[in-house]
Design a binder for this molecule. Sequence first.
Ligand code: ACO
Length: 331
Amino acid sequence: MTNIGIAITGSGSTTPELCLDNQGLSQIAETSDDWISSRTGIRKRRLAQPKESLCTIATQASLAALAQAQITPIDIDLIILATSTPDDLFGTASQVQGELEAYRAVAFDMTAACSGFIFGLVTAAQFIRTGVYQNILLIGADILSRWVDWADRRTCVLFGDGAGAVVLQAAERDRLLGFELGSDGSQNSCLNLSYQPQPKQIIAEVTVSQGTYQPITMNGKEVYRFAIQKVPEVIEKALFRSDITVDKIDWLLLHQANQRIMDTVANRLKIPPEKVISNLRNYGNTSAASIPLALDEAVREGKIKQGDIIAASGFGAGLTWGAAIFEWGFS
Ligand code: ACO
């Protein structure tokens, strides 16, 4: 029988060593530990130093995921790197492939901001379901500290850096039970890391745009409203497609943006707090890395066990949002 189901067989993660707590942050921006922790739940974040790159942290997380899945880099058919902060705008996935010496694999970047991991999971699943690939490495990694305005207290308190990865493998029984994705470009201006054009005349009558990317801007209230409306809705749709009820969920695994968002979503779905996975107090919002980072920690702590059902949901810039319901492991 052809294996065209999907199993998630390994996870790995890494965060930079350098840690900045709220106290430290209040020395550079007009803020306080009390404001940040009461409004967001965040207490500290890890920041990449200049010697670190997206490629190095993505590679470290990948090696841990491959080890847990008990496969080698040469087994990988496809590498998808979900990121908004590549080392190279042409793509960083190929560099990761080179570092891993995963010479059989094709590699590409994918951008869907903080929804990147969920969009990547669904994309990877299509390649397995069509029988094209058997072993896929999916990475969510971001270094948003590169693009934060460290003088803007409305945004600099929220973000941190990190990488998480999972291995997806073809299996007889499909553990991706259902998913739902969404985008709304009409609300794009709520959250941006956008290119600002700068006219440059190269010869008479030929002017091109040679600008640069500007630091992150965000309308926090609008993003908050969007998240607490769309996330419960998209999870309910994904549950419907999975043909399971909310009480069957073992773990709610949301993009780690704000504890208040997680609590509100859990409350709306009537999921008790003990089923909510949360680690943002230690890392802040690590964008595409946040879901695989929290997943990996919960797996390694022994919280998530083989056969557990996880409802995962990402949301963020775009605007984009999505949910996937999956069973952990392959037993
Ligand atoms: N420290 C102290 N005061 C602050 C800070 C700070 N870090 N930031 C804002 N304030 C002040 C504001 O200036 C404002 O003061 P004012 O009333 O005198 O004008 C007051 O605190 C309230 O500010 P609000 O913006 O109204 O605060 P709010 O309660 O909305 O909380 C927050 C802000 C935490 C950002 C919240 O809106 C939120 O979490 N939104 C969702 C953000 C999010 O999840 N973004 C990530 C999306 S993922 C991605 O794709 C990257």
